[in-house]
Design a binder for this molecule. Sequence first.
Ligand code: WTA
Length: 615
Amino acid sequence: MAKKYLTWFKNYQKIQSGNFEKGNIEWFIGGKLNACFNCVDRHLPKKANQIALIYEQEEPDQTEKITYQEMKEKVCQTANLLKSLGVKKGDPVAIYMPTCPAAIYTMLACTRIGAIHNVVFGGFSANALRERLIDCKTRIIFTSNHSIRKGRRIFLKKMVDEAIKDLDFIDHVVVHKLTESEEDFHEEKDKWYEESIAKESKECLIEEMDSESPLFMLYTSGSTGQPKGIIHTTGGYLVYAGMTFDYIFDYRENDIHCCVANIGWITGHTYTVYGPLLLGATTVLYEAVPIYPTVERYWQSIDKLKITSFYTSPTAIRLLMTFSDQNVIKYDLSSLRVIGSVGEPINPEAWLWYYKLVGRERCTLVDTYWQTETGGVVLTPLPGVTPLKPGSTTLPFFGISPVILDPSTGNVLTENNVTGLLAISSSWPSIARTIYSNHKQYLNVYFNQYKGFYLTGDSAFRDSDGYYWVLGRIDDVITVSGHRIGSMEIESALVSHSHCVEAAVVGIPHEIRGQAICAFCVLKDDPKKEEQKKDLDSLRISLSNQVATQISRIAFPDQIVFVNALPKTRSGKIMRRILRSILIGKTSQQDFGDTSTLLDPSVIDELIEQVKLQK
Ligand code: WTA
């Protein structure tokens, strides 16, 4: 497969080495290759004039098509710009841009010269961006003057300026002009992207990279407060990206693939950029939201562009289901062969709606389970092969050996009809190799808890046919609208507010977004004092804004409950499961499970009372 999907400058001598005990996984050892060459240059002899990127912007008439030849020229100019700014092999380069061609050119340009791209989701706040820049000490950042969401501009360049205030290790800010707008421009650091690349040559040499050279880093949330810089390496990641894209989306020549994920997430990396481009496909860069300007936006694009494979999230489906079926029925969706879902469990009702209304009971619906850390899909049906069951991610992809572990003993549950921790027992090419500058944390989070296994952080049920049903996270990670956010990240944003001394955040089921964020806050002053009551609503707004500023609007709490104390164990750990139970209306002692380790069991009554009062 490695030879089928990639062109190697030098053959690898060994396929795999290392193990989960040591966390020293390597694949295709000794091989040399280049990601950009594999995604761009090698297609040119046959496909120079084929469309590589279709840039679908918010307004339905804004579509731009870019050929492989045009892409190659822009990538080379960008790579030469990187070099002229002093970027070298192994240097990190931050990209804080919307999903647009210039962002793809920059990603590929980095890989051409062996630099490591670090795409930061454009919906993150200046503060969240700053944290990520500090962690990886990047000297250079690419941004856009703004992005556009539901017709409104979001001024990314302004956020960058705020993020890098007094960060003296940042030497350059390269600003891509999405559309005309007035920006503050700082001569010493800022450069316009379009003007700068225009001066550069359209040819640029390719660096030969080791199979195990880092390809990119991508920050993701975990159980701890700090996001983790997940590192993927070149050979293994690319083999797996190409192969999974080919099999799961049943790729055929001249297909038009559309993955609506933003490039700030792993789904955008693997199934908008690398998978499709490795196969020389046409990939749609989708910058539109599903309900702007109308709720027909997705179906209109499929009809207009004759999309053959379409990949979205359960949250988008659940949202679109709430509108009239006529919005879907009136479009010609006969070009579609495969429709996909990713990011969170898809409930059977949403699955059936998507399958019937969009797939017209004709397309395969691939419910794909994977993670930033897995690099590519690990559980999925294959079109034309796997009998489907609504709500199940079905079976493992080739080479993946999932197991279900008993959480208390760590034993592998070998039978069917079992529920437990979802883990994987041996390595596959695109497993993350480390956490940037914290290999110890990598070992602790994924491998040390149950020796010999990669722990996903999700629980799953395996049914009597051996099919997997992913149930959701068992750690303190919340998935809102398919976005992964750590409870502790939100908690630390809340306690940075001058009135909040302690906070606990949990996710509870939400009909459309999968989970809703609920925060319990302990205030400096007693919230029940009469004179304070009227101020509580404005305090809620101010706390929510604090979260939006520190992290992103996607982390905005849906509900904030003020309490006197949090349910903590004697060792100081917050028992979030008690908070979850109370929020979904549980009130009796049996509903809370074992509470013997609680420091003060009487807090439960107060919590129940406050949740009722403040609903
Ligand atoms: C969840 C996104 C159920 C899961 C690619 C996982 C899913 C987390 C599915 C990773 C699915 C993703 N069914 N749950 N098909 N796909 N998840 O890193 O909880 O942003 O651990 O990667 O999303 O989120 P991440």
